[in-house]
Design a protein around this ligand. Sequence first.
Ligand SMILES: Cc1cc2nc3c(=O)[nH]c(=O)nc-3n(C[C@H](O)[C@H](O)[C@H](O)COP(=O)(O)OP(=O)(O)OC[C@H]3O[C@@H](n4cnc5c(N)ncnc54)[C@H](O)[C@@H]3O)c2cc1C
Length: 563
Amino acid sequence: MHQPSTEPRPSLYYPYEVFKPWLASAHPPQARKKVVIVGAGPAGMVTALELARHGVASVVLSADLQLSQGSRAICFTRRSMEILQQVGVADRMTEIGLPWRFGNSFYRGQRVFRMEAPHDPHDRFFPIINVQQPYMEEFLHDACQANPLIDFRWGNKLNHLSQKEGYALLEVDTPEGPYALESDWVVAADGGRSALRSALNLQMEGASYEGIFVIADIKIDLPLPTERLAYFDPDWNPGNTILMHREPHGIWRVDYQLPSGETPEEALRPESLKTRINAQLAMIGHANTPWEMDWSSVYSARTLTLPEFVHGSVIFTGDAAHLLPIFGVRGANTAFQDAQSLGWQLGAVVNGLAGKSLLANHSAERVGAAREIITEAGKSTRFMAPPSAGFRLLRDAVLSLSLTQEFVRPLYHWRTSRPHEYTHSRLNCQHDDSALFENGPAHGAPPQNVRLGDGDYLLDHLGGGFDLLYFTQAAALPASLQSVLTNVRAKGVRIRVTAVGAGHAVAGCDQTLPDTAGDLRQRYGMTAEGAAYLLRPDQHICARWLSLEAPALQAALANALPQ
Ligand SMILES: Cc1cc2nc3c(=O)[nH]c(=O)nc-3n(C[C@H](O)[C@H](O)[C@H](O)COP(=O)(O)OP(=O)(O)OC[C@H]3O[C@@H](n4cnc5c(N)ncnc54)[C@H](O)[C@@H]3O)c2cc1C
């Protein structure tokens, strides 16, 4: 019998709530489900919310009775906020979060590099916002609870899964004992130690690095701005790296690398944590500022992915599908993109709008994203924690040269998580005019946001299905295009048409954006009457035309929803 802890997790800043378990005895017998999601972390909850946007009901299982312990992921990217906006929680993130765009790297007491992340007036969100993971999970959980299509089950642990012909049979354990559940699809969002991955005997590909880092969250009042701080080779921790981030509610994250040979158990002893944090505070000139320990943990960098995310009825996502180093804020930020991609593609298959090959496409696209991240994150990891004498020699050469030589300083800059572009996706239209555009997002790219007016942005108006941006000054959408739209909508495809540039309502379009300043047309390169962009439900571009004709739209939609 599964007995999750009912003791609220300790925290100096987050009031953990212990939820009641879902018990089968209190509910009527259950028919086979369309989708069961195992795991209620960011990947599981965003998948459930995205599926619900496409009209698909799901059951979400959480083994625990509480949100996850400790701050864990704290830095969320602009693209993550755009995804969270789609599922309705970006405002709450913005309300409590600390936005930032500068990073500083120090060596021998000298600041040797200052990173500035680009921020444009057309961006609704900052490049990064700091929020502790339990808050982010609380906002997602509230959104799940408010959604009638999501059946959220606390204290329900998946014990066993067997794959049958076209569905899976699950045994779920609860505080009153196990029950059986059948589902057409199972989303394995059960985290880095995924029991489902082990049960299916799946091997990940990639590398694990030896360097071990301590994460310590302390409550302290430091009069410093919200910027990333990185210290290389400081006197108190020679040869190693320390990172500091400000979090909401007076918390600071201190990450430091351990000297080789030291075990996690030794490093997490209170005396060891205290000595090192005091040394770090002394080094930055705050030796006498009082502080309290909130949470500590250890991690080592791993760059691993499953080579295929779909296995029969089971689809892996988030940390269950790949393990990415946190340098460059990869974990949760990648999980959101996985979930957004899975939500619409699994939704289309469940709704009968596409065949299972769409899930193979999802897997190919997201494995491609994981591999790209692994290549980039591997570079950052080798700089932060050199894995061999050769890498250390090179890293140390950059460090010492940077004291006097300007040109080496940008080598400190490690790339932060950015959305993967599905440049070679099979969903991209092969016969459109993409190559003829001079600017604007190309095939597979995420959309560019555009400020339309005071506090109003393009992405506020898109999402929930396909979007067609159509540039026109005419009174009505051509009848031939309207006829294609009527036909695809009759099959259940959601598509919204936005007329761009007209100062009046356009018949046949769902909304009009006058684009008075011309920014949208300029940023998307739409200059001729009838120019258009087709965005997939995850907002990535799959076709664009200098002049859109009805058969081209029909073909592009058919290509994006393969049977
Ligand atoms: C100590 C630590 C520090 C981290 N720091 C950072 C950071 O600074 N920056 C960053 O970007 N990322 C960080 N991460 C990674 C980030 O937290 C994860 O990438 C992110 O949470 C992934 O989300 P997920 O939903 O895939 O998995 P998880 O958040 O791990 O969620 C898994 C869920 O599955 C549930 N579950 C597991 N097994 C079962 C089962 N059998 N039945 C039912 N439910 C089950 C769990 O209860 C949990 O709800 C950190 C992770 C850890 C552990």
